[in-house]
Ligand binder design. Structure first.
Ligand code: ADP
Length: 261
């Protein structure tokens, strides 16, 4: 049959087309599932502060005695305000992630001194760490040699998130050390604490959105559960890495790499 090769060819193409369609459908299903989970996670996160705000406001509004008691009223209003702040943090962090994921945030790569930036962030967070009873120390490395190419504002955000975490999950009287190391082909910037640490089985997940080792501690410290996810997105956008070493009770060390200028 002289037509056979052509029929074979057509059949093969039809088969390939069907496989392609199936793959597309699988991908669509996966995406739909991802989106469902994403929306589910977000609404779950928003529920707690909203529920708290409602509770505090109703305590005041539903009981004239409470309303007449200025001290009580103030106490509940402050608690409500704290939860509004948490909502604000979550929404801000979510919009940061959405900008990063959509590629809307175009990195503004420039050459700058990471020592200078680290010092700035360090000074910015000094008061906060002081209040939490954590000592910040800075090991800036040798003079010079710390020029990197990166988006300065994003890296500032990364440092803020990492140092804030080391304060949140540090012990009173504990230490956070920022170290800079010239690794010949790149600069390593480490934020190390001697705080509560992270159990090994949780380590692979800490960069996932809304993942927390200890939910109540994170919430109590005003965490959105998105800080490390933002850090990871920013480092990926730079095609650089973030690593963590940690053990419970001993502390955690987060390290980012930066391209040398
Ligand atoms: P959160 O807002 O909860 O701090 P993150 O995304 O910044 O969210 O961190 C995710 C989780 O990783 C935290 O809830 C905490 O359990 C853990 N974690 C992050 N940084 C540290 C650290 N320096 N020490 C101990 N645990 C940490």
């Amino acid at each position: 049959d002289p037509d056979r090769p052509i029929i074979d060819e057509v059949e093969k193409e039809v088969e390939e087309w069907a496989t392609y369609q199936e793959d597309q459908l699988d991908e669509y299903e996966r995406f739909a599932e991802y989106r469902r989970r994403y929306i589910g996670d977000i609404s779950h996160e928003l529920k707690t502060p909203i529920f708290n705000i409602q509770g505090y406001l109703h305590t005041i509004l539903d009981d004239e005695d409470v309303l007449d008691d200025r001290k009580f009223t103030l106490k509940f209003l402050r608690k409500a305000a704290k939860n509004v702040e948490r909502l604000q943090t979550i929404v801000d962090d979510l919009s940061a992630i959405s900008r990063l994921e959509s590629g809307e945030l175009v990195l503004d790569i420039e050459t700058f001194n990471i020592r200078t930036l680290a010092t700035e962030v360090f000074e910015e967070l000094d008061l906060k760490s002081h209040e939490a009873g954590v000592n910040l120390s800075f090991k800036p490395g040798a003079d010079g040699g710390f020029m990197v190419r990166a988006d300065r504002e994003s890296i500032r955000q990364v440092l803020i998130n990492l140092i804030t975490n080391s304060i949140k999950y540090g012990n009173v009287g504990g230490n956070t050390r920022i170290g800079l190391y010239d690794m010949a082909t790149y600069i390593l910037c480490e934020v190390a604490d001697d705080g509560i640490g992270i159990p090994e089985k949780h380590l692979p997940h800490v960069f996932d959105r809304f993942y927390r080792v200890d939910k109540s501690r994170s919430r109590q410290k005003g965490g959105s559960g998105l800080g490390l996810s933002i850090v990871k997105h920013i480092m990926e956008a730079h095609q650089q890495t973030i690593n963590v070493r940690s053990s419970p009770g001993m502390g955690s060390t987060f390290g980012i790499t930066l391209a040398k200028a």
